[in-house]
Design a binder for this molecule. Structure first.
Ligand code: ZN
Length: 532
């Protein structure tokens, strides 16, 4: 018996949540060949994991790297966290299908993250072929974005789907599932996904129910509308007959923090009556998205050029301020709740010198009121600004993370440090999510045992996605492994210095290939586009 790789002497945390125990793991090619104590056999390569934990490769249950794989297929900031599989096509965004006349709108979704995409495809299948050719270093579980479906059929306008349009979206959804999509995602705060009513989404869910497609939902409101929005997502799953996942569960805006108990209660009650609903969370009390999402949905009606025209119009700006400014000092909208201007930080924009500045500081610098400074920034940057928003309660983050139906999803893009493709001050979750759960929440705060933390990053998302050969360390399973030091594993990325790799994760193996080797990064096309 000759194996390609033998990982010896580690403590196995197998992804099921079961207690750690000593075990060696043998790999042959891209599969796990044997698991057990004191394995004996020839191996081309031996890794000594003494004092370390051997776990399944982490599955990022909610990621946006698809907007960036073509610019950064290495996804180094993810692989160095131990991530070997990412779930993408989230929050209504996917780069296919594309209507040839609406390429610019799809491209603008990735605009905030900098990739200059050509979008040479039209169908979801053609897109996945291009993605395979880009050879990402992580495995990819892809959803199709409801925004892409709607944009292709209806366009960027705020109107209801006609029966014909609904049938056309169902057909495109079916094509995407045939090509390899695991289901569809919404972003019900992001136009044009936000323009759908509940009935449209139930109809789409029903159309994919016979195929066991999944519905991943960025819900309609994470602030004042939190409970109604979670109830809507549960209803879409329940009446549509599909599994539903609530994305990045949070209560945004201080005045809404107390709603979290009721929100989790809705998930518990649905599960108690047999509804297949779960959720994901990132371990930070700040979120991140494009800054134009601070504007009300009607400002986006008709697409980016219409949005810029509105921002250039004084009367429209006054109307926006009247609608969103609270007490003259906080900004309220449906996705963020009410947040102070000093809690909204510029993450990335074309003028590098502004990155890292908050809107209160920008206002002082420009001499304008904060709301005016924000709208002028969006106008000058053609709405291509990413932000970090401190809108959540740290207590709620821990409570959600500990919930038995919630897994870990970073909601972020795979990047690389130094002169990477996307400098600036992005949210540190792109570099720190998984080691932060292990180090800060499991080891330091003792929120849950290490085995539970690993389960929320491996076996739980694999079961959610019905991946039958990943997420656990078992003979016959794919050889995706993360080897870390439970005593030192730590996220090093901060909001001030986000481009820092974590420490304490010396080896990461993707499909049997050693992608991180003694702390050195080697990934080159080690991932695969996975099929449902
Ligand atoms: Zn989202």
């Amino acid at each position: 018996m000759a194996w390609s790789l033998l990982v010896k002497g580690g403590a196995l945390v197998d992804g099921t949540g079961a207690p750690a125990g000593p075990a060696d793991v043998a790999v042959e090619g891209d599969r796990i060949a044997a698991v057990g104590r004191g394995l004996r056999g020839e191996a081309a390569r031996v890794i000594d994991a003494s004092g370390l934990v051997v776990a399944p490769g982490f599955i990022d249950a909610h990621a946006h790297s698809d907007l960036f794989y073509f610019g950064c297929p290495s996804a180094e900031s993810k692989v160095r966290q131990g991530v070997t599989t990412e779930v993408v096509g989230m929050c209504s965004f996917s780069q296919a299908p594309v209507h040839p006349a609406r390429r610019d709108a799809v491209r603008s979704w990735a605009g905030g993250v900098g990739a200059a995409l050509e979008l040479r495809w039209e169908t979801f299948g053609q897109y996945l072929d291009a993605l395979r050719a880009a050879r990402p270093s992580v495995n990819v579980v892809h959803f199709v974005g409801h925004g892409a479906l709607r944009l292709a059929v209806i366009g960027p306008d705020d109107r209801a789907a006609t029966p014909d349009a609904l049938r056309a979206m169902e057909r495109l959804l079916g094509e995407a599932l045939d090509a390899g999509a695991f289901g569809f995602s919404t972003g019900l705060v992001y136009p044009p996904s936000a323009y759908a009513d509940t009935g449209e989404l139930i109809a789409l869910a029903r159309a994919m129910a016979p195929r066991q497609g999944l519905y991943f939902s960025h819900i309609r409101g994470e602030s004042s509308m939190l409970e109604a929005s979670i109830a809507e997502a549960i209803r879409i799953g329940e009446e549509g007959g599909v599994g539903a996942q609530i994305a990045h569960v949070k209560a945004a805006g201080r005045e809404n923090w107390a709603k979290m108990d009721a929100a989790l209660g809705l998930i518990d009650a649905a599960r108690a009556r047999g509804v297949d609903v779960s959720g994901d969370v990132y371990p930070y009390h700040a979120g991140s998205t494009k800054m134009d999402n601070l504007l009300p949905a009607w400002v986006h009606d008709g697409g980016i050029e219409r949005l810029l025209e509105r921002l250039a119009d004084r009367a429209t700006r006054r109307r926006i301020v009247e609608e969103c400014l609270v007490d003259g000092e906080r900004w309220r909208n449906v996705s963020m709740g009410a947040v102070g201007f000093d809690e909204i930080q510029i993450a990335t924009c074309a003028r590098r010198e502004l990155e890292g500045l908050n809107l209160a500081a920008l206002a002082r610098q420009t001499g304008a009121a904060p709301a005016e400074a924000m709208m002028t920034l969006l106008l000058d940057e053609r709405a291509t600004v990413a932000m970090v928003v401190f809108s959540q309660s740290p207590d709620n983050v821990a409570r959600v993370l500990a919930h038995p139906a919630i897994m870990v999803g970073s909601d972020s893009i795979g990047l690389f440090a130094g002169e990477g493709p996307r400098p600036g001050k992005p949210h540190p979750r792109a570099y720190g999510t998984f080691p932060r759960v292990l180090g800060e929440y499991a080891r330091e705060q003792r929120l849950f045992p290490l085995e539970t933390a690993v389960h929320k990053m491996t076996g739980m998302p694999a079961a959610r996605l019905r991946l039958t050969d990943r997420g656990l360390v078992r003979p016959g399973f794919a050889a995706d492994l993360t080897i870390f030091d439970p005593a030192t594993v730590k996220d090093e990325a901060t909001f001030a210095e986000p481009h820092r790799y974590p420490t304490g994760i010396p080896w990461v193996i993707v499909n049997g290939a050693v992608a991180v080797d003694g702390g050195r990064f080697h990934a080159a096309g080690t991932g695969r586009v996975l099929a449902p």
